[in-house]
Design a protein around this ligand. Structure first.
Ligand SMILES: [Zn+2]
Length: 167
């Protein structure tokens, strides 16, 4: 339930500080359950970003407080729920890297994974793999749109006009 309470805080902040409205709608095929979403996801981004920044400062303050009180880096790592096994980086070192150097320890197999996120397109309702805005052609950035997706067709058309290229 902790996650649910933090989600409520993020949504409330989006409404009270960033001008969003909370839309409560029934979940299809459930009679009593509802779900809520924000009318403006960008307000949700601003709100979540704010909560993240504050939590980040709180984390650093509490780590310093724990160290001042004589707690070890290993205990800090345990509180962070970091793994502690023979094959792992020592937990205390991993805690320092994460909190002070602000790096996430990256498992080696992730090097070969192409970073991407996915969402259901509001235009064609297909699940789209989104690899970020790094490439020029829209289809190199987003795959999975239906072939007649109006949004993707508009993006390709915009790309043709901008670049003067056909494909
Ligand atoms: Zn689409």
């Amino acid at each position: 339930m902790t996650g649910q309470r933090v989600r409520d805080v993020v949504r409330r902040l989006a409404v009270e500080e960033f001008g969003a409205q909370l839309i409560v709608e029934p979940i299809p095929s459930y009679q009593v359950l509802t779900r809520s979403r924000l009318d403006d996801p960008l307000a949700g981004i601003r709100s979540a970003r704010e909560v993240q920044a504050v939590a980040r400062r709180e984390l650093l303050d509490f780590v310093n407080e724990a160290r001042a009180a004589g707690r070890s880096w290993d205990e800090v790592g345990a509180a962070l729920d970091l793994p502690d096994g023979p094959d792992d980086e020592p937990r205390g070192e991993a805690a320092f890297v994460q909190v002070i150097e602000r790096r996430e320890a990256m498992p080696s197999q992730d090097f070969f994974r192409v970073p991407a996120t996915s969402w259901r397109c509001g235009s064609c309702a297909s699940v789209v793999q989104d690899r970020g805005p790094f490439e020029s052609h829209p289809e190199d950035n987003e795959s999975g749109h239906a072939s007649d997706c109006a949004r993707q067709q508009a993006a390709v058309q915009e790309w043709r006009e901008r670049t003067g290229w056909e494909e």
